[in-house]
Write a protein that binds this ligand. Structure first.
Ligand SMILES: Cc1ncc(COP(=O)(O)O)c(C=O)c1O
Length: 393
């Protein structure tokens, strides 16, 4: 029997279609462009390049594929090292392993939760001392918040190491007015189903280097040489985006600004309602940056709040609400047990603290106000109940 007392599930971040997607999909069917190329792919690439303010973009099957291509284009190979933010999803670093290279992880700093320039400088100094600079630095913009791009770019320039901006979570964000994804030699976006705009699955590689993006398209289509027969001189991949999915992407990009506004409104309401509770602090927004607030993230001081991150996640799950811990830092992953890691402070690891205390709340732009009230009330109850219990004791 169906349990009718179960409340509607509230997801962390679910796809939000505009309605216009069908128009571009139908056009693909009408013209029989059912392939990993076609007019939707071409237009989506042009639209993303224009939106990001870069010269060229290549639509691919995922954000992970875009990172893999960027690293390949920078010549990363076996025995090389690549610096990477530690506080991120595993997909930022997996492509380093695909190429047989080794990651070195860099801690976060507290103002953006992103790569610490201080830790990056330590890592560069150490690498220079050992006579082995990294081939690239992958900088992540967590949950939509831009990293400290001025400081990080200056360091990368100083050591002449190219930056890849992992903007998988930050399309629509800006740093000093400049769009996310446009910093560094390459930028990458993800259109996974949980992102602020989606193609169900997909990604984009962007750059001002037009020749490099042409080369990316070549690598993404099995690196087929220009010969009358099938000839291949390099390792290639099957990484292009389908013309049908690019149709979804075109319609989604048309509503990106609305989606950003909706997510920012959700963040602001959470902040208004919850920041006065004991021990709660919201992810900051650095001056002169504009975050798409892909996910609302906050930290909980267990001693002050009386509840831990896992208490909150369990309490919300009991109400059929999905919440998640902040990404587990990559240097703490069993996969990267023996990998080098540089901290922000002398000993202080900011990413470990954020992981221990951080939680992401449901943030989908299609959330109704009542859904958000459910989340807020549930959190208030969980924290207040604990407070009352503590007072009684
Ligand atoms: C920071 C970050 N980098 C890379 C990716 C990889 O993107 P995709 O899932 O499209 O491969 C994601 C998301 O999934 C991500 O959150």
């Amino acid at each position: 029997m169906i349990d009718i007392t179960v409340q509607k599930r509230i997801y962390l971040s679910s796809p939000h279609m505009s309605g216009n997607e069908q128009k571009y999909i139908k056009e693909a069917f009408r013209t029989n462009w059912i392939a990993p190329l076609g007019p939707n792919v071409d237009t989506f690439e042009k639209d993303i390049a224009a939106y990001t303010g870069v010269n060229e973009a290549a639509a691919v099957s995922s954000g992970t594929a875009a990172i893999h291509l960027a690293l390949s284009l920078l010549g990363v190979e076996k025995g090389d090292t690549v610096f990477c933010s530690t506080l991120t999803f595993i997909a930022s670093a997996n492509p380093i392993l695909y190429l047989g290279a080794e990651p070195v992880f860099i801690d976060s700093e507290p103002e953006t939760w992103n790569m610490s320039p201080q830790a990056l400088e330590k890592a560069f100094m150490d690498a220079a001392l050992n006579g082995k600079l990294p081939k690239a630095v992958i900088v992540v913009n967590l949950y939509g918040q831009s990293a400290k791009m001025d400081e990080l770019t200056e360091l990368c320039d100083q050591y002449e190491v190219p930056m890849i901006e992992d903007a998988a979570e930050s399309i629509g964000s800006r740093y000093k007015g400049k769009p996310s994804g446009s910093f560094g030699r390459f930028g990458i976006f993800s259109f996974n189903g949980n992102k602020i705009i989606t193609t169900s699955g997909g990604g984009m590689l962007v750059s001002n280097d037009i020749e490099a993006i042409h080369q990316a398209r070549f690598l993404a289509t099995q690196a087929r040489d220009p010969a009358p027969h099938y000839q291949h001189s390099k390792i290639g991949y099957n990484y292009r985006m389908s013309n049908i999915l690019a149709g979804i992407g075109r319609a989604q990009l048309e509503v990106l600004e609305e989606r950003v506004e909706a997510r920012r409104t959700i963040f602001e309401r959470y902040q208004q309602e919850l920041s006065t509770l004991p021990g709660i602090q919201f992810m900051p927004e650095l001056n002169e940056t504009y975050s798409n607030r892909w996910l609302t993230a906050m930290t909980i001081d267990e001693h002050e709040a009386g509840v831990s991150v896992s208490d909150l996640i369990e309490g919300l799950a009991a109400e059929n609400i999905e919440a998640r811990p902040v990404w587990k830092p990559l240097h703490m992953q069993p996969l990267f047990r023996d990998v080098q890691y540089f901290t922000h402070g002398e000993k202080e690891s900011v990413s470990e603290r954020l992981f221990a205390n951080g939680i992401c709340l449901p943030s989908g732009s299609n959330m109704e106000e009542l859904d958000q009230s459910r989340v807020i009330n549930c959190i208030k109850n969980l924290i207040n109940v604990k407070e009352v219990e503590r007072k009684i004791v």
